[in-house]
Ligand binder design. Structure first.
Ligand code: B1M
Length: 211
């Protein structure tokens, strides 16, 4: 098995220390940083995402795989930076105003990172203006909002409206998700996209970049 496949395999098993050691070994063996990222770390995370979508693995497996990815990224990031490798795009994420749930939002962040995005996490209870400012400050192409309560999902419309009333209109896309959120609600508030789970959110963000 190639060292890049070994990285992907160990990431999927959540073996953070092994992933770290393998990334170090791959760098020492002069593998290109971009290949270590794409064919090793992101490839493993992508497979975990697909399995998560099909309910073949669950939240704990995704969390430990993401932890292994972070361990590998900590070693690889300086090499990527010096090689001039750019992230796919930037996503500003957060849980909507009034809402304190963050487990799903964190998973979305991990999947976005696993797909090659730079992720700026604004946290929980984030109001519309903070999303807009965060997206502007970080030149984000995508805003990702999570809501877990029927009483807070309605605050997502304020974010869509604030983006449309700002200089970000047409430039920064808004995607939404969370247990009570549906495609019909997305259409109703005029958001750019809805994803039912974290892996689909990463796919959607990639699609929105192209729009
Ligand atoms: Co809360 N809570 N909670 N809670 N809580 C729910 C959501 C609830 C369904 C429980 C119930 O009554 N059965 C209910 C909501 C009812 C409703 O509105 N329909 C509820 C309630 C009522 C409340 C309080 C009001 C309780 C109270 O105080 N009376 C209160 C509200 C506080 C507030 O937010 N203002 C409250 C508080 C809490 C805790 C703080 C105790 C804790 C949160 C801890 C934390 O997040 N750090 C908590 C928890 C843990 C839950 C449950 C048990 C689990 C939520 C969760 O993390 N799921 C939940 C009941 C349940 O779901 N069984 C419940 C796992 C997570 C991975 O799933 O977040 O759906 P989820 O994310 C998924 C997808 O939705 C999607 O991807 C993820 C996975 O792939 N997704 C996105 C999420 N965001 C996305 C964004 C995207 C795309 C996809 O694009 C940007």
């Amino acid at each position: 098995m190639s060292i890049l496949n070994e990285i992907a395999e160990n990431l999927m098993k959540g073996k953070a220390n092994d992933v770290k050691a393998l990334v170090e070994k791959a760098i020492a063996a002069n593998e290109k940083p971009q290949d270590i990222l794409n064919k090793g770390l992101l490839s493993g995370m992508g497979i975990i995402g697909e399995r998560f979508k099909k309910n073949e693995v669950y939240v704990p497996e995704v969390l430990i795989a993401a932890r292994a990815m972070k361990a590998g990224m900590a070693i690889l990031q300086p090499k990527l930076t010096s090689a001039g490798v750019q992230p796919l795009g930037t996503a500003v994420i957060g849980t909507v105003k009034g809402d304190l749930h963050d487990i799903g939002k964190n998973l979305v962040g991990m999947m976005l990172e696993g797909a090659g995005f730079k992720v700026v996490d604004m946290g929980i209870d984030v109001d519309a203006q903070k999303f807009v400012n965060g997206a502007r400050d970080n030149k984000a192409q995508v805003i990702g909002i999570s809501a877990l309560l029927t009483t807070t999902m309605t605050n997502m419309k304020a974010v869509v409206d604030a983006v449309n009333a700002s200089d970000l209109k047409g430039k920064t896309k808004v995607m939404i998700g969370g247990a009570p959120v549906t495609q019909a609600f997305c259409d109703e508030i005029g958001a750019d996209g809805y994803a039912p789970d974290a892996a689909s959110a990463a796919d959607l963000a990639k699609k929105l970049l192209k729009k």
